[in-house]
Ligand binder design. Structure first.
Ligand code: ADP
Ligand code: ADP
Length: 210
């Protein structure tokens, strides 16, 4: 199963990907997570990406394609994968096509989680991530049972100013992917403004072809 989760920042892609990893035993490939790791390690790539990330802008297609070429060639991707937050531009989607052709594989579904912009701002500003486990929480919608235990952090780019810029980047540069994948006949969408559990079961229905 090769999936891509599409949606604005904060639409719930990471939250859903975590469930799919366990259920289908395939890895999640989050370019955002890989970039944040590079930033915290202070690598060349991290230093280049950091300015764009802190400003709510997209990182260059070249850097992103380098990451993806590396990642998709790893052994754990042989049984499938979940792309989370990639591709984000038409150029990335086209380059992914070329790469997948070389690897002789295809995307099964591109599934969009649709969430209104005002709800996105609520979700992003309330997002907390566990330093310990990487689990994604929300102070109101999905709080951890034991806050102290989880050692919660707020992502540097999860503030109101930056989220508005990220939303603009989504509408301008990423939303055109909807048309791109509709044309390929693999596009599906889910109302992302439902309970987390309801979205999980809609995803399962799509994946299992019900
Ligand atoms: P979110 O989960 O809020 O959508 P991500 O973790 O996916 O955020 O991405 C964080 C930041 O990393 C983005 O705002 C962008 O700067 C950069 N980024 C992640 N993936 C990509 C990508 N595929 N193309 C360009 N920039 C990316
Ligand atoms: P993305 O990966 O698309 O950026 P996340 O999965 O990190 O999004 O979710 C963003 C925030 O919204 C998190 O705080 C998460 O707990 C919360 N969230 C995710 N799905 C839902 C949902 N269906 N209803 C309410 N809050 C949600």
């Amino acid at each position: 199963m090769r999936l891509m989760l599409l949606g604005a920042p904060g639409a719930g892609k990471g939250t859903q990907a975590k469930f799919l990893i366990d259920k289908y035993n395939i890895p999640q490939i989050s370019t955002g997570d890989i970039l944040r790791e590079a930033v915290s390690e202070g690598t060349d790539m991290g230093l280049k990406a950091k300015i764009a990330m802190d400003n709510g802008q997209l990182v260059s297609d070249d850097i992103i394609m380098g990451i993806i070429k590396d990642r998709l060639s790893k052994d754990d991707c042989k049984k499938g994968f979940i792309l989370d937050g990639f591709p984000r531009t038409i150029v990335q989607a086209e380059e992914l096509e070329i790469l997948m052709k070389e690897l002789n594989i295809k995307l099964d579904y591109v599934i969009s989680l649709n969430v209104a912009d005002d709800e996105i701002v609520e979700r992003i500003t309330g997002r907390r991530v566990s330093k310990l486990t990487g689990k994604i929480y929300h102070i109101k919608y999905n709080p951890p049972v034991d806050e102290k235990e989880e050692d919660l952090i707020i992502r540097k780019d999860d503030n109101k100013d930056t989220v508005l810029k990220r939303l603009e980047a989504y509408h301008e540069q990423t939303a055109p992917l909807i048309g791109f994948y509709k044309e390929k006949g693999i596009f599906k969408e889910i109302n992302g403004m439902q309970k987390i559990e309801n979205i999980i079961s809609e995803l399962e229905n799509i994946i299992e072809g019900k």
